[in-house]
Design a protein around this ligand. Structure first.
Ligand SMILES: [Zn+2]
Length: 292
């Protein structure tokens, strides 16, 4: 009894203490149940109920907090996924429109220089043309329509120092002499002048098996190297750029006589592949900067 009475005393002390907000450990509560005292049991059950309610309340709050955290995580994940998807589609849309653009590869070099020359190809203004059409004849202007223009072929005259007019007159003379079958749609002279000898929708005798679907350009040159004067080069850039827009051609459609037959024509551009690539780059740049 002395033991129980001591326990009661301690319990009351603990209960009083609990009134201020603290809760006893489970082990102490169990020792009361074993004591078997009815008053203690009554107080204990009341006390246990309060403790359980507190515990329930605490776990409910915990659950709610966890629920909120899970909802927060789901919301954040959904937003992140949406952002990633939007970026993904923007990137692919941009890439697809990018590949549709007409571009030109700087062949033989590591870097890709790309010029957007438009789709359809932008049209640059027509350069000044001196139109001196040849008389229709079987040796230089057969008067046959092309199958459509799918390329521009660049040549050199292989006759150093001769002018555009000299070459045009030679083509015209063939109707009488019949000594050769040769001509060109255009001739660019030593001073950059451009003479048109044959309409672009008619065949010229210049590019062998590509006569039927290309436009030909002969370029004059001052010496045996075959290199063009700066003004001749500039007129060639402008004329090729104009024809690309007129016939919707890309840089892949701009070729040398050499690319058709393997002939050493135009000499300088065959011997200097880098100069040929630089020329095509200049044409693409000219279209990009001056085309509409
Ligand atoms: Zn040629």
């Amino acid at each position: 009894m002395i033991f129980i009475s001591q326990m009661r005393h301690q319990t009351t002390a603990l209960m009083n203490k609990s009134g201020t907000g603290g809760f006893p450990e489970k082990g102490i509560r169990l020792s009361f149940l074993h004591a078997g005292e009815s008053e203690s049991r009554l107080q204990l059950s009341h006390f246990t109920l309060e403790a359980d309610m507190w515990e329930n309340d605490r776990s409910r709050r915990k659950m709610e907090e966890r629920k909120r955290q899970i909802q927060k995580r789901i919301t954040v994940s959904a937003i992140l996924t949406a952002v990633v998807l939007v970026l993904f589609f923007v990137f692919f849309f941009h890439r697809n429109t990018g590949t549709k653009k007409m571009t030109y590869q700087k062949a033989g070099m590591d870097a890709w220089e790309q010029y957007d020359i438009g789709d359809p190809v932008k049209q640059v203004p027509q350069p000044e043309l001196d139109v001196q059409l040849l008389t229709v004849n079987e040796y230089s202007r057969p008067g046959i329509a092309t199958d459509g223009v799918r390329g521009v072929v660049v040549h050199y005259t292989a006759n150093p120092g001769s002018t555009a007019q000299n070459n045009r007159d030679y083509f015209e003379s063939l109707k009488d002499t019949g000594e050769n079958q040769v001509s060109s749609n255009f001739i660019i002279g030593l001073d950059g002048e451009i003479i048109q000898c044959i309409p672009t929708n008619e065949i010229a005798y210049a590019s062998n098996n590509r006569n039927n679907d290309t436009v030909s350009i002969e370029c004059c040159h001052p010496d045996e190297s075959g290199a063009f004067q700066e003004v001749t080069y500039q007129s060639l850039v402008e004329l090729v750029a104009f024809l690309c827009g007129k016939f919707n051609l890309t840089m892949d459609n701009v070729i040398r006589h050499y690319d058709v037959t393997g002939k050493d024509c135009p000499k300088y551009f065959v011997e200097h592949e880098d100069a040929w690539n630089a020329f095509k780059e200049d044409v693409a740049k000219y279209i990009e900067e001056n085309g509409n």
